[in-house]
Design a protein around this ligand. Sequence first.
Ligand code: SF4
Length: 404
Amino acid sequence: MEGEIRIRPNDPALIPIAEKVFAGERLTFEDGVTLFSSFDLLTIGQLADEVNRRLNGGKYVYFNQNRHINPTNICAFHCNFCSFRRDPGDPDAYIWSPEEIVERIRPTVTDEVTEFHIVGGLHPEYGFDYYVNVLRALRDAFPWVQLKAFTAVEIDFFSQMTGLSHEEVLKRLIDAGLDTMPGGGAEIFHPDIRRRICPEKADADTWLAVHRTAHTLGLRTNATMLYGHIEGIEHRVDHLVRLRELQDETGGFQTFIPLRYHPENNQLGKRATWTTAHDTLKTIAVSRLMLDNFPHIKAYWVMLTPPIAQLALHFGADDIDGTIVEERIYHEAGATTERQLDRLDLIRLVRSAGKIPVERDSLYRILRVYDRPLEEIEAEIIARRKRRIMEQARQRRLRAQIQA
Ligand code: SF4
């Protein structure tokens, strides 16, 4: 029956919210605060699972074969939660030329990789052309791979560097190969927190304006929220509501990714600690419930850890990110997860949660559905891997013969 409560919350405060969820009604700011304040995690998870079932069928979990590329760690800004940035001249500061990037990643880019995720520092001296040339070099070398590049903060920085509008910056990047935009740089929108953790960064209105412009130009983008540091529940809900409002307006967001704050090797870590698994699962679930107009919620395994990301698949998440190779930003901040998982690892993780892995590209076009017996899938992937290794060895032998 429409609106009937099909679960029994332990926390009575959740009963009116459960009624709304089963009636398909939008949740309010106050509902978001109630959800985050509640410790009835299983009820919140069940409600989020119900919404995921409604939006995505509930059985399928997306992943992709991607590569992370961080062209430089030199950054003009000083966000106090960041463990990745360096000043020019620091012993471990780096900047890779476009050609160097291509050669560094070439050994790991098979014809099955579909996405490069490109974000990094805001270099104070390299001009906008450097960033444009990074995209051009990657597009020329790997034309089949989609380029998901540059956060709204980076786009705003390029705009300030050049005096070009956000729209003109985005058009030039699209011309160089940009396909989609990641959702980073959102952190926490509320000014009371934003000014304490990243005062130099584009403010919330600017971040949202860049995404609005990107959507108008036909780009699909993602959105994030950095949680678990000094923000309060109201700040999280405010963040979600602001994203929901823009999505109502443009419909251009694909995925929301809650990013768990990592406290090591950064200034903010003196005041904040690791958040809990309970808080992480609740944040995934409340995100699914509040963002009723976002198609997907991602459990980013690098930050959540694979076991918690796997649990999150029953708390409203329907995407587990990708193979990555190799993550730098959160490992500098104390992430203890692997720097990469291969396709088989991800398939096993999803299948052992009772879900069906679906390999996608950056635009969520479905490439493969892994619904056959797991042994068959494993045998096929291992055989394909062996063929690739043998072919690479054959190519090396031929090159050596020619050069001899
Ligand atoms: S989060 Fe980004 S903008 Fe902020 S200091 Fe780190 S690299 Fe720079």
